[in-house]
Ligand binder design. Structure first.
Ligand code: ADP
Ligand code: ASP
Ligand code: MG
Length: 424
């Protein structure tokens, strides 16, 4: 059996969903589990609904909700000319569940509400795509992923209970596959009390990897709007080239530092069972794409990864003691407590600098926590540029006359923190 994942861009409108069906038809003899994200930019749109709900801006909330509704209405209208089709009721019911939550004043924690509200995007998209597949004779079962991917209750960044998840997936999915295709939601999980959780933004790639692992898939394919993994993000650089093969460890390094094309958590479950990962184009499904697998690392071209929305925190010890291993461990403990992701570190005798994802709320709480012992200075508006397998020429070109806040060079791998406006 094989696992496919289609992201938001691949199902952004009715025509795109028809294209997904035509891709799936190319695999008539395969058992397929198909993981699907929210359509287009629905997750961002749902975040706006939530924000307005949380801030009690009811007018704004209604406007944002109307946009989500209109987007999905365009999908159903485009795919189901028969207005009596049951999908219209199904979508209506999902939206009613959402509106019930939105009618009450917020009583719970933000992260919990985030998952209950924002997760609606995947429920809507999978309902539409699986109904459409059945309509065009691709026999499909809609599977509620919340009964399969069991997590703890760390809302917005839920941890997988692998034992329960593997048990549930093995119990449910193989039987369903004997009846046809299985479509399920990316990004979502469920707690033991059946509350919805999410696995972190862009988490649907990871969902597909969890299914691949639990079902010992022959391979996994993620269908993207790019020809495969490229030497850089084509939105930021002209003419990057396709990398046809990558080892698991090279892929982990790239995604860890922010190559958005694959979610960083995706690789490990696949590597554990030596399941190949294909990154393919939904625009050109015949194209070669990239395969990530148990390859030896050899002669990679220079690859550039840019991680946006970064900040540097420079912490200077107030008591004039060295930043030693005891201080380090306390600092990291505090960073972990606030769930702040550290992307780079540097220290002198009295100061410790970290480059972190600039999550303003979390950083504010961290600074309040550290203020007793450290003077903390925050520099924001930065990006982290990682160049792997660099050449001297590329290095010189990127450094050029730019202001570099932090720099690290290990062999042919370089990391630089610079202003977000710098054009590379
Ligand atoms: P999905 O729709 O599956 O969520 P994403 O939008 O998250 O897909 O990922 C695809 C995007 O990743 C591409 O459109 C591209 O702009 C970006 N990207 C960043 N780095 C790379 C890279 N090295 N190779 C290819 N695409 C990249
Ligand atoms: N829909 C979610 C997001 O946009 C998950 C995903 O697409 O991978 O973050
Ligand atoms: Mg994505």
């Amino acid at each position: 059996m094989r696992v496919f994942k289609f992201g938001g861009a691949s199902i952004k409108d009715a025509e795109s969903i028809q294209n997904v069906a035509s891709i799936v038809r190319r695999f008539p003899n395969d058992s397929l589990v198909i993981v699907i994200s929210a359509s287009g930019k629905t997750t961002n749109a749902m975040e706006l609904v939530l924000k307005a709900y949380w801030e009690r801006d009811l007018e704004e909330m209604q406007a944002a909700l109307n946009k989500v509704k209109a987007h999905h209405k365009a999908l159903t209208d485009g795919l189901f000319p028969n207005l009596e089709h049951p999908v219209y009721n199904e979508i209506h019911d999902i939206l009613i569940d959402l509106e019930w939550i939105l009618e009450e004043e917020p009583q719970d924690e933000f992260d919990y509400l985030y998952d209950q509200i924002v997760g609606t995007g995947e429920l809507l998209s999978t309902t539409i795509v699986s109904a459409y597949f059945n309509e065009v004779n691709l026999k499909t079962t809609w599977l509620d992923v919340r009964d399969c991917i069991k997590t703890d209750n760390t809302y917005r960044d839920a941890n997988i209970n692998w034992e329960e998840t593997e048990g549930a997936i093995k119990e449910k999915v193989p039987t369903l596959l004997t009846q046809g295709l299985v479509i399920t939601q990316g990004f979502l999980g469920g707690t033991t009390e059946n509350f919805t959780t999410t696995l972190g933004r862009e988490g649907s790639d990871f969902t597909a990897a969890i299914f691949s692992y639990c079902l010992d898939a022959q391979d996994m394919s993620i269908w993207k709007d790019v020809p495969g993994v490229l030497t850089a993000d084509p939105r930021l650089f002209d003419h990057p080239t396709l990398v046809e093969q990558l080892s698991y460890s090279e892929a982990i390094e790239m995604t860890y530092y922010g190559a958005q094309v694959i979610h960083p958590k995706t690789i490990r479950p696949l590597q554990n069972k030596t399941i190949p990962l294909h990154v393919k184009s939904f625009i050109d499904p015949e194209g070669k794409g990239t395969v990530i697998g148990a390859f030896e690392d050899k002669n990679y071209p220079p690859m550039i990864v840019v991680k946006k929305e970064q900040a540097i925190l420079r912490m200077v010890s107030k008591d004039f003691f060295f930043v030693d291993e005891v201080k380090f461990s306390k600092l990291f403990e505090t960073l972990a407590k606030h769930r702040i992701k550290v992307n780079m570190t540097q220290n002198t005798a009295l100061a410790f600098s970290v480059c972190v994802n600039d999550d303003a709320q979390k950083i504010e709480a961290l600074i309040a926590d550290l203020e007793m012992n450290y003077e903390v200075k925050k520099i924001e508006g930065l990006k982290l540029v990682t160049i792997r397998h660099t050449s001297e020429a590329l290095f010189d070109r990127i450094i050029d006359a730019r202001k570099i806040y932090l720099e690290e060079k290990i062999g042919s791998n370089i990391q630089l923190v610079m202003n977000k406006e710098e054009i590379l």
